[in-house]
Design a binder for this molecule. Structure first.
Ligand code: THU
Length: 132
């Protein structure tokens, strides 16, 4: 099993812990930090819908809380519906932490890889700001 398949399997596993009583749309994500450490996250909703947390943001912020500042790969899986791709906010968060490769799934649940710059072209990022 290659890394993409393994990450998709981990993302699918953590998606089972999704707290999504409002959308009933369960999502899981797995990230690989530059040092090879892996972190996972699921979406966590609340009654004020807009402040719900996406699975990708959960995985990335969990990694950040462990001191990670560079993430190489992020995989995301949705258990319900026709699959998904990351929202705009999550793409920007991936950009902040240097994600290179995003692994999604096709209609058969097989991994499909994209570069983040395909999903977020002409992006704004940390180096776009003047140094203080
Ligand atoms: N969601 C994610 O966690 N990641 C995605 O890539 C797409 C959407 C969540 C947010 C919300 O809890 C639910 O899925 C429906 O939008």
């Amino acid at each position: 099993m290659n890394e993409a398949h393994r990450l998709i399997r981990e993302a699918r596993s953590v998606a089972a812990n999704s707290y999504s009583p409002y959308s009933r749309f369960r999502v899981g994500a797995a990230v690989v930090a530059a040092d090879g450490t892996e972190y996972t996250g699921c979406n966590v909703e609340n009654a004020a819908y807009g402040s719900s947390i996406c699975a990708e943001a959960n995985a990335i912020t969990t990694a950040a809380a462990d001191g990670v500042r560079k993430i190489d790969t992020l995989a995301v899986v949705c258990l319900d519906g026709e699959g998904c791709t990351p929202c705009g906010n999550c793409r920007q968060l991936m950009r902040e932490f240097g994600v290179d490769t995003v692994v999604l799934t096709d209609e058969h649940g097989e991994p499909v890889q994209f570069r983040l710059d395909e999903l977020l072209p002409h992006s704004f990022g940390p180096e776009s700001l003047p140094r203080s």
